[in-house]
Design a protein around this ligand. Sequence first.
Ligand code: IVH
Length: 674
Amino acid sequence: MKQNSDALPKIEALRRQLEEYNYQYYVLDAPTVPDSVYDTLFLQLQQLEQAYPQYLSANSPTQRVGGKAIKSFDSIQHRIPMLSIDNVFDAELLQGFARRILERLQLSDISYSCEPKLDGLAVSLHYEAGQLVRAGTRGDGITGEDITHNVRAISEIPLVLRTTKPPQSLEIRGEAYMSKAVFNQLNESARQKGQKAFANARNAAAGSLRQLDPRIMKERQLNFFPYAIAFISDDVALALSNSHYERLRLLKQWGFKVNSDSEQVMGIQACVQYYEHLLARRTALPYDSDGVVIKVDDIVLQTQLGMTARAPRWAVAYKFPAEEVTTQLLDIEWQVGRTGTLTPVARLEPVFVGGATVSNATLHNFDEIARKDIRIGGTVIVRRAGDVIPEIVAAVLPQRTQNTRVASLPTHCPVCHSLVYKVAGEVAIRCMAGLHCPAQRKEAIVHYVSRKAMDIEGLGDKLITQLVMQNILQSPADIYHLDLNTLANLDRMGVKSAENIVQAINASKKTTFDKFLYALGIREVGETTAKTLAQQFGSLDALYGASIEALMDLNDIGPVVAAQVHVFFSQEHNKEIIQAILAAGVHWPSVQQKTLQPLQGQTFVLTGTLETLSREEAKARLEALGAKVSSSVSKKTHGVIVGEAPGSKLDKAQELGVPILDEKEFLVLLNTKT
Ligand code: IVH
């Protein structure tokens, strides 16, 4: 073992510095150094710890990622039981809770701490002399599981408290949870890989904390909010506030991320208001919340109130309306989207969930129906969270009766009846009829008129459906031939609304190139890609001629997008529709093209020795103009530059008819392009 008296202080300083950066980044959301600085210091620490293994510590920042997998979970005993909270479901019950408390305390009014009730898992953290020593799950409230190895991977939990005078012993309780963003990403990538998706963020968080290997946990990025100091030794020379809310602020100083949506309020009426505000924001919150926890704020009063066998008397959970309920699946229908993808839609026995009545829900794709073993006629769990489309989470298997049937994969498009295909490597099945399929035609037109595209106000979903069904609209170009008469004769239309639509159509003709490109509904081309294409190519003619390679030379455009764009613009019938739209008067100001490099997208090959330039110089000059230099000649090569004593590349160029440039011509090319 190496000895070096300098190593330990250096290691400790690096650890403190890295934890501080970690705190700034994860807890304060305000990093003060770029990632590269963090990475460099991290590497230094890792190297020092490798060289001096005697100084390794389980609470080193390096151990957040590098922890070893365990074979099974040990159990841990909670010295103070982890209780649950009583629930109330309306304001009246909540007022009852407050009345009972005030009576017991013989007080006229008190203040409360109002906090979002997070839908995650309760976790208990033990710190000794400021060091995290153990973390456990709630379990049955008395015995939990030791999950210290996984908890170390949660960046929002300090491994060492940020204070020079930590209490000898401290137990923090709080909720570990997965943010909606991480959950959606995780499920999206699971779906793409054809793996089982998690039913909700809570299950995903629970699944992650129960991993034996902490590396998986690190990939899943859990968060943590503390909600109670369960125990603190009284050795701290610290005037500990009697306010629960203030104590949580202290935890913030010690390195925890504290939920900034919590509030300290006076009286129960303010709690009701807090509840209503949070409920209104529920969808926009970055985490799942199933209600509000209302706590008597004064710790002394809390102690006075004490607890029943099950739950404390000083806290109550005021629950939001359920986001998950069960109902019967009546049928599965297939909906055809803009790009021909067939999506299964569940028709449900209507149920009230998440504050609204739901009778349809998405099932994502056929693989998912099979994986979840969802059957028509069976009972299913429906989830509706805010504005998101309701979805079927799972089948309720024990309630399955004889009268269920398995859904079958459609062989034909339900709308245009052409054969459907399963695209290799994708889970989706697709109707390939394009604009010949009325469903896709309708969706293409709905997209074309939408706000971020051509922005034609008043031409809504229902009107477009009628116009497509009556064959009046066969492509977006037909929009410009709609007249007052046709429109006024549609269902539920008056002359006035028809006039407004005609006006909106005319007004929309003045647009921008990127909006027009977005409106075309080219697969894989969203708003951002449309902007890039508009800026880099400037005109339709330039796009018509763009090769896949030229497209791929643009920033942010990969092979999949490039191929879709190329295919779209090489199809005659797309060009015809575009021509018809332009003929109808759609126009845009010419685009300030970002200067493309003069040889962008072109490939050259060098052979033989040049007199005035070395091979490296020639290559660098070409690359400076945006060209690529390749070592082999193909049909796609834009030119072969030939010096003294050329090799077989010259023969190849002649054979393929690739342009050949001698040194003089090459220098002319370089000079005219600079
Ligand atoms: S306080 C003794 N505050 O809700 C009271 N709990 O049934 C201790 N929960 O599983 C709990 N957010 O994990 C409290 N802001 C919050 C909470 C919260 C979520 C969970 C807790 C427990 C359940 C209570």
